[in-house]
Design a protein around this ligand. Sequence first.
Ligand SMILES: [Ca+2]
Ligand SMILES: [Ca+2]
Length: 196
Amino acid sequence: MRTMTGSNTVTEVPSLEPTRDVRAVKIGKEFDHVDTDRDNITSLEDWDEFVDYMCSQFDVDSGSPAGLRLHESVRRRWQAVTRSVQGQDDHKLTRGEYVSYFCETPPSACADLVLDHADAVFVLCDRDADGHLNRQEFVALLRAYGVREAELAETMNRIGLRDGRVLSKARYADLAMNFCFSTDALTPGSWLMGRV
Ligand SMILES: [Ca+2]
Ligand SMILES: [Ca+2]
């Protein structure tokens, strides 16, 4: 922010808002859903428990096709990140490693992981299997991600789910890509887990 002083010189005033790396904030938020004890360290067990948690939120058996699909996707993500970030696998994945992987890997090299996960989440959430997420199905996903009730309405509007609109699988995939790669906190995909 700039301000004029009495002598007509321009002085730089530090912004009160610290600069935030929007992508790091979003990706860190994603990690925090898995790291339930918030010590910034996860094990493979945490990621498996995340799958069980997500399945329970949709009343889906973790051994069902949708549960197994999500499990496969989460394992794939775990393997890609741990193999890439660490020289040797210490069976731990830290918040910093996870955020760095997605922020520093070229999108062309990690888009497959993002799209694979988006597909698995979509299959889990599309309870009536009509190929679209309706408002009720998407709200269930937001709640599973811990989005506060007070934020639900704004999040739905930002995502574009109002007046009976639904999300196609392709649209959900676009939103997931924006969640991971956009630096704009206000773009619809950045709201996939609520306010950034
Ligand atoms: Ca932990
Ligand atoms: Ca549906």
